[in-house]
Design a protein around this ligand. Structure first.
Ligand SMILES: NC(=O)c1ccc[n+]([C@@H]2O[C@H](COP(=O)([O-])OP(=O)(O)OC[C@H]3O[C@@H](n4cnc5c(N)ncnc54)[C@H](OP(=O)(O)O)[C@@H]3O)[C@@H](O)[C@H]2O)c1
Length: 255
């Protein structure tokens, strides 16, 4: 199978690294010249990668085409490209919906929207796909864990959550910087914070069949430090503000 990527940026390169380090069988990966630096790097690092002259060449040479450009670029270029009816097109584009994609792509190819996130380069993380598709599910299951979603309206909720990645990393950054200001060496601070949050997340995964409120409860001692931390942050509406942010990202996705 030949896999083509229109747009070689952050998410395309993460998926490509995941594929190249997995057991997925593919004949060739055909990528865009853009971004020049990233495409050159991928071409140097992995065999079976071809940098195409233009986007149409990628489509002509591929069985599956991954759309990994920003919405603005997608709106500009997709309508002028000629796809084949027997192709599977997988769009990573956040704010172009299935109805709009069908209109732009014109031929009756299979179109699936997917939400991989950068840890896919480590073959980790969930990949919601909509609509369900057996072959696409099998593919992403080899570099992450696929969640099939029947209804596009429901899948928008997962897109909203995907917008919380940077704010999560900002928390790690802010508390690492706090340690640094207190005199801890930056590398030590970052090692401590990242391994602490990894351990907490692993514990949460192990306990994810129970309601998460039990983890919140079990990590507080009465009158202890965690109880103080949670109460102060709740009183300052930090968690309400999280919900407000999710609602406003969700609103943008529904436009
Ligand atoms: N990053 C994520 O975690 C993530 C997760 C899920 C979905 N997505 C979605 O995936 C899409 C891409 O996001 P990204 O973060 O990967 O963005 P990005 O890093 O900016 O990548 C976009 C790529 O498109 C290239 N490009 C621009 N114009 C082009 C054209 N006319 N033809 C071909 N390629 C062109 C850019 O090249 P230049 O650098 O040369 O302009 C760049 O390599 C977005 O729609 C985003 O919503 C992203």
């Amino acid at each position: 199978m030949k896999l083509g990527f229109i747009g070689t940026g952050k998410i395309a390169s993460s998926v490509i690294i995941g594929i190249c380090n997995s057991k997925i069988r593919y004949e060739q990966i055909i990528i865009s010249r853009r971004n020049k630096k990233i495409s050159k790097k991928l071409n140097k690092r992995f065999k079976k990668i071809l940098i195409a002259k233009n986007n149409q060449e990628i489509i002509n040479k591929s069985n599956w085409v991954f759309l990994s450009v920003t919405p603005k670029v997608g709106e500009k270029i997709i309508k002028d490209l000629k796809f084949k009816a027997n192709q599977t097109i997988i769009s990573f584009i956040s704010t172009i919906n299935l109805r709009q994609l069908k209109k732009m792509i014109k031929v009756k190819s299979k179109i699936v929207r997917a939400i991989p996130l950068p840890p896919i380069s480590l073959k980790k993380g969930p990949v919601p796909i909509c609509p369900p598709n057996k072959k696409v599910k099998k593919f992403f299951d080899q570099i992450g864990s696929t969640i099939e979603i029947r209804n596009e309206k429901l899948s928008i909720n997962f897109w909203a959550i995907s917008g919380m990645m940077a704010s999560y990393y900002e928390i790690l950054k802010v508390i690492s910087n706090w340690l640094v200001k207190k005199g801890i060496k930056r590398l030590d601070a970052q090692k401590y914070i990242t391994s602490l949050f990894l351990a907490l997340s692993e514990d949460a995964v192990v306990n994810s069949k129970k309601e998460l409120k039990f983890l919140v409860k079990d990590s507080q001692t009465p009158k202890g430090l965690n109880e103080q931390g949670l109460n102060e942050m709740s009183n300052k509406n930090v968690y309400k503000s999280l919900i407000n942010t999710l609602n406003s990202i969700h609103k943008r996705l529904n436009k």
